[in-house]
Design a protein around this ligand. Structure first.
Ligand code: NAD
Length: 462
């Protein structure tokens, strides 16, 4: 049967499903093709959401073990029911993925189960369990996301030597987990298993953790994580890893091999363009396998668009969402825009690390004159009451115009606090604007106000 649509979206991750809903709101007849039985993509099924569920649960366990007694709560002997913790994580995932089914129905987005391939401009062929189905359409949006990047010599076995997917469901707490890569995934999932009792060794090729993030905060984060028990081996190039009879072995250039019982490979992700038919359409992949697009997310072929992890830029769910919305709004209204200077990034360790805008390194490199205001959480009343005083807020503002250029936070709930900074950058606010805005007391957000005051050397509480 051949159906005719205005838009066919391939991929139902945060980029694709949000674009499909927005397009339907704008009056388009939309289909969304997805081969996984559950909607939501990597983020909802095996990424952001399950990892956050485990991070929250493991942090509670860790607090019960290490922080409750300090505030006068004695809980006796603690037991970890890992099975229950994993079930809870799965139930969070199920409720959210089925929520997208509901949203599709509500917005009259047709869901098509199967693998989508672009047979020609305006034609998507879906290979499902029951055979092939052809969808005719005015526009096609590729939102197929990304997959774990392989590393030569690392023999993934889907169990002992695995990726983030396996690390969300280890059946028992590893005695010794070796994480390859000190990026976001390595630090987040490393935190989960460290808190639950594993020894965690992180092997990182570079001489720093969290490449791309503000170096000063990354160094402070490393010190904090080390105090929690993380073992970091920087400037360590992993050349191989494989399963052994009683665990796994990891090979590092110029060093002794490391024996452990689980390996998590987290050296980045690559665009997922498998069997989409792009080469046949004349769409050549760019550097690192990305689908090249113009400023309106159109590929080399008219009527075929791409957004999210398959195109250039940070591989973040919210970046994909913004692009999806901008892309379909432009198709319908002629206008759509993403402000890439105001896309926040969050690492959900404890404390959290969040940033938006330029890093200090980027400002130095571009010879942009800047002023810097820093305020530590140790001087914030709410952080003291929370018992979480590590970290700081750092605001970078233009030296002449005072415009906020970058905000970097290491501290409690940094991932929520960064929203104010993103709004400030989006609105072109000055540090003075942030400093003059009334912030409720006592809140963690006051640390942002104080850092903004510090840009002009006039903090009150330090
Ligand atoms: P990453 O790019 O953040 O970090 C990978 C790290 O691996 C880098 O530090 C790199 O130097 C290191 N590395 C590469 N080759 C190595 C080798 N041979 N030996 C040792 N180290 C090596 O990648 P990731 O952590 O896998 O995350 C993948 C993507 O998913 C990222 O784009 C990230 O932004 C996204 N993500 C985001 C969140 C979040 O927003 N909270 C969470 C998870 C993942």
């Amino acid at each position: 049967m051949t159906e005719k649509y205005d838009l066919v979206v391939i991929g139902a991750g945060p980029g694709g499903y949000v674009a499909a809903i927005r397009a339907a709101q704008l009056g388009l007849k939309v289909a969304c093709v997805e081969y996984e039985s559950r909607l939501g993509g990597t983020c909802l099924r095996v990424g952001c959401i399950p990892s956050k569920a485990l991070l929250e649960s493991s942090e509670k366990y860790h607090e019960a073990q290490h922080a409750f007694a300090d505030i006068g709560i004695n809980v006796g002997e603690l037991n970890l029911d890992l099975g229950r913790m994993l079930e809870k994580k799965d139930s969070v995932v199920t409720s959210l993925t089925s929520g997208i089914d509901f949203l599709f129905k509500k917005n009259k987005v047709t869901r098509v189960l199967g693998h989508g391939r672009i047979a020609a401009p305006g034609k998507v062929v879906v290979q499902g369990e029951g055979g092939e189905q052809e969808l005719l359409t005015e526009n096609i949006l590729i939102a197929t996301g990304s997959k774990s990047a392989p590393l030569p010599g690392v023999e993934l076995d889907g169990d002992v030597v695995g990726t983030s997917t396996e690390a969300l469901s280890y059946p028992a707490v590893p005695k010794h987990l070796v994480v390859i890569g000190a990026g976001v995934i390595g630090l987040e999932l490393g935190s989960v298993w460290l808190r639950l009792g594993a020894k965690v060794t992180v092997l990182e090729y570079l001489d720093r953790i969290l490449p791309g993030m503000d170096l000063e905060l990354a160094k402070e984060a490393q010190r904090t994580l080390k105090k929690q028990g993380f073992e970091f081996q920087l400037s360590s190039k992993v050349t191989g890893a494989r399963r052994t009879d009683d665990g796994a072995v990891v090979e590092v250039e110029g060093k002794e091999p490391i024996m452990c019982d689980r390996v998590l490979l987290a050296v980045g992700r690559v665009p997922n363009t498998d069997n989409l038919g792009l080469a046949e359409l004349g769409i050549e992949l760019g550097r690192r396998g990305v689908v090249p697009v113009d400023e309106h997310f159109q590929t080399a072929v008219a009527g075929i668009y791409a957004i999210g992890d398959v195109i250039d830029g940070p591989m973040l769910a919210h970046k994909a969402e913004e692009e999806g919305i901008a892309c379909v709004e432009r198709i319908v209204t002629g206008y759509g825009h993403v402000n890439y200077d105001a896309i926040p990034g969050v690492v959900y360790t404890h404390p959290e690390i969040a940033s938006v805008g330029k890093t200090e390194e980027q400002l130095v490199e571009s010879s942009t004159p800047y002023k810097k205001g820093v305020f530590p959480f140790v001087a914030n009343g709410r952080a003291k009451a929370l018992g979480s005083t590590e970290g700081r807020v750092k605001i970078l503002a233009h030296a002449e115009t005072d415009r906020v250029l970058g905000v970097h936070i290491l501290g409690p709930r940094a991932g929520d606090l960064i929203a104010e900074a993103a709004v400030a950058i989006e609105f072109g606010a000055s540090a003075e604007d942030v400093a003059r805005a009334c912030h409720a007391h006592p809140t963690l957000a006051e640390a942002l106000k104080e850092a903004a005051l510090a840009v002009d050397s006039r903090t009150i509480h330090l």
